[in-house]
Ligand binder design. Structure first.
Ligand code: IMP
Ligand code: ZN
Length: 354
């Protein structure tokens, strides 16, 4: 097996990758948002929304948690508010992940409603799923995608139950799990226990945004979440040794997002200080994720490159990381077997020493 020098940006782009932590609306590129805006402006000149290139300037990635969440409520959701823009942006996100060499994607999204366009949460999910199905069924595409439905921390219990209803309803159409996301400064998460219990009883998997900021990392909150028996956790930043041991004992997979955490200043220091360095030796499955590539502009190939560079990964460590990610996907046995075979047979592992 070759040396670390072989792991360059070209290598990580070609590497077949698994993306398990990507929010649909946060993954839409500025270019795609601009195209949707141009189209709307052409048909509705009175459109009051500003051009995405000025609302979310190209190259700007220094969004912190205070400036990040309003991007959705005050801009992206207002722009992608009808069926054609939801379809267009979903297709664009799928194509972007595939072009970056993603072989398997679990995309997540929060069901939303636009009564003014007769779009219910059910119609929103059906629209997203229909784009995913077409993409999966196109034999020219190597990437397979499943969907995770998100419950927002600000939801009420009936709203959370509605998300679980939709996840159960569309389980046979590619919904594989539910997520808890949203602004970690807000919400009372304890109310969601019954909704998550029902999701698990229905055979759905569970992933939770976990310990993103100190305020959402109290002993009480983390204990409540771990008692829901999550299958995976996202971010896992502000955790003490006892929680780390519980996560390890419960064999919960962790989804780590380097660039997002660095740009949003969710961690102290930079890439080399990221807790990936701890989790990669913990024995639990670790998977790198982009979180919101449309905002933080670091595709998954770059996340692998950053991890390899800052943690001095050998090729065999990188291979192990990829192979272990397969075991924590929410997709079924057939998908796991496809990915295992893909890594077994990938000719990129045999590279010349540099
Ligand atoms: P959507 O669910 O497809 O609409 O994607 C955007 C949503 O994902 C946002 O409104 C947030 O609720 C959620 N989200 C994106 N990034 C994060 C994060 O880093 N932490 C928590 N929630 C997030
Ligand atoms: Zn996230």
């Amino acid at each position: 097996m070759a040396t670390r020098g072989a792991i360059n940006a070209e290598f990580t782009r070609k590497l077949p990758k698994i993306e398990l932590h990507a929010h649909l609306s946060g993954s839409i590129s500025r270019k795609c948002l601009h195209e949707i805006w141009e189209q709307k402006k052409a048909t509705t000149p009175s459109l009051e929304l500003e051009d995405p290139f000025s609302a979310i300037p190209p190259g700007k990635v220094d969004y912190d948690l205070k400036t990040f969440f309003p991007l959705f409520s005050s801009y992206i959701y207002k722009l992608c508010s009808d069926l054609s823009s939801i379809r267009y942006s979903t297709n664009s996100v799928l194509n972007d992940f595939q072009s970056d060499g993603v072989a398997y994607l679990e995309l997540r999204t929060t069901p939303r409603t636009y009564p003014e366009h007769n779009i219910s949460k059910d119609i929103y999910i059906r629209t997203v799923l229909s784009s995913i199905t077409s993409h999966n069924e196109n034999l020219n595409n190597q990437m397979h995608t499943n969907l995770i439905l998100s419950i927002d921390r600000c939801n009420t219990l009936p709203e959370a139950e509605e998300v679980v209803d939709l996840a159960v309803k569309y389980q046979s159409k590619g919904v594989v799990g539910v997520d808890l996301c949203g602004n970690p400064f807000k919400g009372e998460i304890r109310i969601f226990g019954p909704a998550f219990a029902r999701a698990k009883e229905s055979g759905l998997k569970l992933t939770l945004h976990f310990a993103e900021i100190p305020l959402s990392a109290t002993d009480d909150e983390l204990d409540t979440m771990l008692n829901w028996k999550p299958d995976r956790l996202g971010h896992v930043i502000h955790v003490n040794q006892e929680i780390r041991e519980r996560v390890t004992r419960q064999k919960i997979g962790v989804e780590l997002c380097l660039s997002c955490n660095v740009h949003a200043k969710m961690i102290t220091g930079s890439y080399q200080n990221h807790h990936f360095g701890w989790w990669m030796h913990s024995g639990v499955g670790v998977v790198l994720g982009t979180d919101d590539v449309g905002v933080f502009c670091s595709p998954l190939s770059q996340e692998y490159y950053l991890a390899a560079t800052h943690f001095n990964l050998t090729l065999s460590q990188l291979k192990k990381l990829c192979e272990e990610a397969v075991e924590i996907i929410f997709g079924g046995l057939e998908e796991k077997e496809r990915l295992r075979a893909l890594y077994r047979q990938w000719d990129g592992w045999v590279v010349r020493e540099i």
